[in-house]
Write a protein that binds this ligand. Structure first.
Ligand SMILES: [Zn+2]
Ligand SMILES: [Zn+2]
Length: 149
């Protein structure tokens, strides 16, 4: 689901405010970067994007803000073995497709993996599962085309 970035940004700002987090220029710029791109940027990529618009921003501020926003559930950290943690402005449940060749990460809607919604953690013991996410590894369309040429 591609949402209207402006409506999404307004909603995130409202959620910040109601969590008692003032929406500073830095936070707004970070949120803006997150709602307008769907490539699951790393913290470093977000820092570069923010620094283009706010040259005085420090790396530490951006990293700390990402932690704060993720603690509030306003963004999602996506960690896959072998790649840097990436940030996702799409907090709705979804799966990911990770390209092993170019490293791109795409959203997959839940219905792209029939049956995945029925997955349960058997023998959970005392563990409490918060989410079950499926990641699909392979080649994105562009890389699959390049390999076929
Ligand atoms: Zn690729
Ligand atoms: Zn995603």
């Amino acid at each position: 689901v591609i949402r209207d970035p402006r409506a999404h940004l307004a909603e995130l700002e409202k959620r910040c405010a109601s969590a008692g987090l003032p929406v500073t220029a830095q936070r707004r710029t970070i949120l803006q970067a997150l709602v307008t791109r769907h490539d699951h940027p790393t913290a470093e990529q977000l820092y570069s994007a923010v620094a283009e618009r706010l040259p005085d921003v420090s790396r530490a501020t951006v990293y700390r803000t990402l932690d704060t926003l993720s603690d509030l559930g306003l963004l999602r950290r996506v960690a896959h073995p072998g790649s840097a943690v990436r940030f996702d402005g799409n907090t709705a449940p979804h799966h990911h497709f990770l390209c092993e060749r170019c490293g791109s990460m795409e959203d997959l809607p839940l219905d792209a993996l029939p049956g995945a919604a029925d997955l349960v953690l058997a023998d959970a013991g005392e563990r409490v599962a918060r989410e079950i996410a499926v990641s699909v590894h392979g080649r994105c369309a562009a890389c699959a085309r390049a390999a076929a040429d």
